[in-house]
Design a protein around this ligand. Structure first.
Ligand SMILES: NC(=O)c1ccc[n+]([C@@H]2O[C@H](COP(=O)([O-])OP(=O)(O)OC[C@H]3O[C@@H](n4cnc5c(N)ncnc54)[C@H](O)[C@@H]3O)[C@@H](O)[C@H]2O)c1
Length: 523
């Protein structure tokens, strides 16, 4: 087990040494991509900018390894994932250091993603046999046709992942793919390659066959596109704009894909809600990972009956959040990922301020804390035509709006191109669920911002509208990595023997149809 030393910054930087050796290359790398530590803005390493030829080699190696892996039983595959689960927890401190080093997030937010990885390992290792079992289906004719659906691995899965949860959003999607008998080629974001590289080392130490998981690093348009052209399934997590390009490319190759994209997630605070609980819950919902979370709440619609007390409690709670840059557990909110992202978040707030919005707390960068740190920010007076009113900010910035009725809250929440996640606070579970059913989002949480639905690993998670296609988690999250094959065994011939006149046979069939329809009522 690794320890959490006081001399962490130096030790953390040492952890990236040698990790890039695991990148799949056809020959010596000719170009490299630098990796920055957002806490300091300093370059801490570099990884190869892979070429299309490197991607060829990675996919070919994975394809060879996959054939043997598919021959192992699901239980044997699950044992490897269980071992990996233990290694992730044993190596907790070092993995947290690595995630923090390349993302600049607070340790508590890095810890959330590590727990998500472990939970996904346990869930799918325990449930894969059941999820992948042959399924009995109704046959062409009752009793005389025995029909089953079987699940075959698709082959090589390409996983293109973003920087905001570099470990979880790569590894947790890989676990079901591997359990279903596939190989995986990872394409991590260029800002955050190291967590995935260490994850693959750990999977191999846990017993995953060599070559079954490959990593190709480099820029998205070059490496990502090459990967889409070679794999049998694409799992993409990232922005809606890139998702459209990924889907178009996968479509050209007739390769299936899932797209986990952006959100502009609403929360509804309605009469009867426990105001302190809602304010506290939504502080976490808006600021987790410095707001760089696809599920994070960026718009809060509050019924006028509770608007004033909610706004007061919420602004107080947000103002009390400590911004910091360090590897200790005490930091509540970390840095943004990069200079470019800081500029994007800053421009949303500046646009809102210039056009009349009120900043209740925050609103400024904090270079004294870290080069890309930005204060947690609460706005009111935001209109739908402001950038912060309609585009995903993906930072610690939230707007609060008063509404006259529950119907208006629902209508405003649904008035968005996105449909990823929502949160409802209504004072009673039943009222909350009634409202939830009216919200156009793939996940809706009652009395919680996002973790209740996201953590329900047996239930599908994903986006409606521009927030995506397909789902992760549950049966849906493993079936997508399989080809469904229908096997039907016919016990009595469906075609008539030659000696029976077809006219007679047609009459029997027609009578059978009538009989079956009458029997339907007995089901
Ligand atoms: N729905 C979800 O589960 C979920 C989870 C996390 C993040 N997100 C979304 O991700 C976005 C933030 O991530 P980002 O800014 O890194 O996204 P991004 O779309 O810029 O990049 C995501 C990944 O795609 C790669 N890429 C870039 N161009 C590509 C191309 N042409 N072809 C193939 N791959 C390409 C990148 O290198 C990176 O690995 C936000 O919009 C956020 O909401 C969604």
């Amino acid at each position: 087990m690794s320890t959490e030393s006081d001399d962490r910054p130096a030790a953390v930087r040492d952890r990236v040494d040698g990790l890039a050796d695991a990148v799949t290359l056809a020959a010596d790398a000719e170009a490299f991509v630098p990796v920055e530590e957002p806490f300091t803005g300093e370059t801490v390493g570099e990884v190869p900018a892979c070429t299309a030829r490197d991607v060829d080699v990675a996919v070919e190696r994975a394809r060879v390894a996959q054939e043997r892996w598919a021959g192992r039983s699901i239980e044997e595959r699950a044992d490897v994932i269980r071992d990996y689960h233990d290694r992730v927890l044993d190596e907790r401190a070092a993995l947290l250091d690595l995630v923090q080093l390349e993302t600049g997030k607070a340790r508590r937010h890095a810890h959330e993603e590590l727990l998500d990885v472990a939970a996904n390992c346990r869930h799918y290792a325990n449930r894969a046999v059941e999820y992948l079992a042959p399924e009995r289906r109704a046959g062409a004719l009752p009793l005389v046709t025995r029909t089953e659906t079987r699940r075959h691995p698709v082959g090589v899965v390409g996983l293109i992942s973003p920087w905001n949860y570099p470990l979880n959003l790569a590894v947790s999607d890989a676990i079901p793919a591997l359990l279903a008998g596939n190989a995986v080629v990872f394409k991590p974001d260029e800002h955050t390659p190291y967590a995935v590289l260490r994850a693959v080392e750990l999977l191999t130490e846990a017993g995953l066959p060599a070559d079954l998981c490959q990593v190709v690093t480099g820029h998205g348009d070059a490496v990502g596109s090459a990967l889409i052209d070679r794999v049998d399934y694409v799992g993409f997590t990232g922005s809606t704009a890139t998702g459209r390009r990924v889907a178009a490319r996968a479509g050209r190759n007739l390769v299936d894909c899932s797209l986990e994209l952006g959100g502009k997630n609403p929360a509804l605070v309605l009469p009867g809600a426990d105001i302190d609980a809602a304010a506290e819950g939504l502080v976490h919902g808006c600021l987790a990972n410095a707001g760089q979370l696809c599920l994070s709440i960026e718009r809060i619609y509050v019924h006028e009956a509770v608007y004033e007390p909610f706004l007061d409690a919420f602004v107080d709670a947000v103002s009390a959040v400590d911004l910091g840059a360090g590897y200790g557990w005490d930091v509540e909110l970390g840095s943004l990922i990069s200079a470019a992202h800081l500029e994007a978040v800053e421009s949303h707030v500046a646009d809102a301020r210039d056009r009349g919005a009120t900043v209740h707390t925050g609103g400024s960068p904090r270079p004294d804390v870290a080069p890309y740190a930005f204060e947690p920010t609460v706005l009111t007076g935001v209109t739908d035509d402001m950038a912060v009113g309609c585009e995903e900010t993906f930072g610690p910035v939230v707007s609060v709006h008063a509404v006259d009725s529950v119907d208006e809250a629902v209508a405003r929440a649904n008035d968005s191109d996105y449909g990823l996640n929502a949160s409802v606070w209504a004072g009673s579970e039943e009222r909350g669920i009634d409202v939830a059913e009216r919200i156009e989002c793939g996940t809706v949480n009652v009395d919680d911002p996002y973790a209740a639905a996201y953590g329900s690993l047996d239930a599908p998670m994903g986006g409606m509208k521009d927030s995506g296609i397909g789902r992760r988690h549950g049966a849906e999250g493993i079936h997508k990595y399989t080809e469904a094959q229908t096997v039907a065994a016919q016990r009595v011939p469906l075609t008539p023997p030659d000696r029976v006149p077809y006219r007679l046979y047609a009459g029997v069939l027609t009578r059978t149809m009538r009989l079956l329809k009458r029997l339907d009522g007995w089901r």
